[in-house]
Design a binder for this molecule. Sequence first.
Ligand code: NAP
Length: 166
Amino acid sequence: MNIIVAVDEHFGIGNLGKIQWKIKEDMDFFRRSTLNKTVIMGRKTLDSFKCGKPLKNRHNIVLTRDKCFKRENVTVVHSVKQALEKISDIDTGDVYIIGGQSIYEAFLPYCDKAFVTKVHGVFDADTYFPDLDKSDEWKLIHQSDRQITQSGIHITFCEYERVRHE
Ligand SMILES: NC(=O)c1ccc[n+]([C@@H]2O[C@H](COP(=O)([O-])OP(=O)(O)OC[C@H]3O[C@@H](n4cnc5c(N)ncnc54)[C@H](OP(=O)(O)O)[C@@H]3O)[C@@H](O)[C@H]2O)c1
């Protein structure tokens, strides 16, 4: 299973229910990576999308503890276990955990790849992603050159893999 996330220099990922930046190049990367795949997210992340609508051309699985929750074109689940059951017949390489903080934390142990866009700068944040560089369970396997985006913000695309202990 994959994780895909954009973090600032303090590993902030969101503030007041939204992502703090708008970076077209990262949005394009996210879209390319997840298109026609299964995406798993928390209810707050779904609500952060335009009109609270799920992502087009992807199978959207949303976690909520609200047993009455319904949203068009969304598969609703109420626990991590239920989400894992829903994807049990899908190739795990085609599943992307797309946030927010609570969902990244809950699914990180089940993931073996992480696509982390590093946004150079520090933004106000109330939600965070763990620093994989400090974890001995993850190793950086690829890093793009630092690039300047259309919005003037510098970013680096990083790819991490879970360390396999023989
Ligand atoms: N930078 C990035 O790449 C990125 C990506 C995605 C999101 N974000 C940001 O992250 C922030 C949201 O993160 P967040 O942690 O506050 O919210 P979240 O993870 O998106 O959603 C939290 C909600 O998910 C449900 N939930 C969580 N764990 C559950 C479990 N074990 N079982 C059942 N339901 C569960 C609950 O929904 P109910 O309250 O309905 O019960 C909970 O309130 C936003 O600012 C968003 O913009 C950033």
